[in-house]
Design a binder for this molecule. Structure first.
Ligand code: HEC
Length: 229
């Protein structure tokens, strides 16, 4: 009985502290937005490679935060193994990665701008579904009738616009429109960058992330066939 009481006394403040600091953790966020039309994989699955990694790359693995050169508080969050080390698969509420997004103390991540509601949903549902290192060729990698709209733009949306967009795009250029991507392709830099050849800046992430061989092939076919829209 005494043990039970002691336990209870210890538990009560813990429960209150937990609720107070992480109120949002008790709510299940809505599912992330459905994938674009033409999506060839499961519409219910939140894929690491397609959804989670881009969110973490822009939200956490930025210069000055958790990329290879900065690694704040020892965390490099630009690869699956290090991201996985911060999750408790199937239990978002017990995953450091997820809890940090909601902390209302100084330790909230990212510290400057909180992650969007969509970003939080993506991380929540990926953990809840088991935190697998899964991915899906977003185009279904159909190499017939390769066009900008059907084949190239979905890959760019997934992998490139997080950095190459807005008024101050990384690398000094955007990849948001057909014309911008054509300009990059015509400069001869695009294929070298995504093939990660020597003499080019490897995209989308040197040594860590590379487009699938089939996705790279889509760009090559698109350029060879005259960059159809
Ligand atoms: C994490 C941010 C980020 C992502 C994601 C990203 N880029 Fe870049 N990109 C950069 C930066 C920064 C540079 C300039 C870096 C440099 O020159 O070393 C750059 C440069 C480039 C260059 C010029 C390379 C050269 O050697 O001249 C091309 C082409 C390019 N990116 C294409 C892409 C494509 C295509 C994707 C998607 C598959 C992509 N980038 C994804 C940040 C990014």
């Amino acid at each position: 009985m005494r043990n039970f009481l002691r336990c209870l006394l210890l538990l009560i403040p813990m429960i209150f502290a937990g609720c107070h600091h992480n109120a949002d953790l008790n709510f299940e966020p809505p599912r992330p937005a459905p994938p674009p039309s033409g999506w060839k994989c499961s519409v219910d699955t939140v894929y690491f490679r397609n959804s989670v990694y881009p969110v973490i790359l822009t939200g956490c693995a930025r210069t000055g935060c958790h990329d290879q050169s900065s690694h704040k508080s020892g965390h490099v969050l630009d690869n699956y193994a290090d991201i996985y080390a911060l999750v408790n698969p199937f239990i978002p509420q017990q995953s450091k990665l997820y809890k940090l997004l909601y902390s209302n103390s100084a330790g909230r991540m990212p510290p400057d701008t909180p992650l969007s509601a969509e970003g939080k949903s993506i991380i929540y549902w990926w953990i809840k579904q088991g935190s697998f290192n899964n991915g899906c060729d977003s185009t279904g990698c159909d190499t017939l009738n390769v066009t900008w709209t059907k084949s190239v733009n979905p890959v760019i949306q997934n992998w490139c616009v997080t950095c190459h967009s807005g008024s101050n795009p990384q690398g000094g250029f955007g990849l948001e429109t057909y014309d911008q991507v054509v300009t990059s392709a015509n400069s001869g830099r695009l294929m070298g960058a995504i093939r990660q050849e020597p003499g080019f800046s490897a995209m989308p992430k040197p040594g860590i992330m590379k487009l699938s061989p089939c996705e790279i092939n889509l760009f090559a076919i698109w350029i060879r066939t005259g960059k159809p829209q």
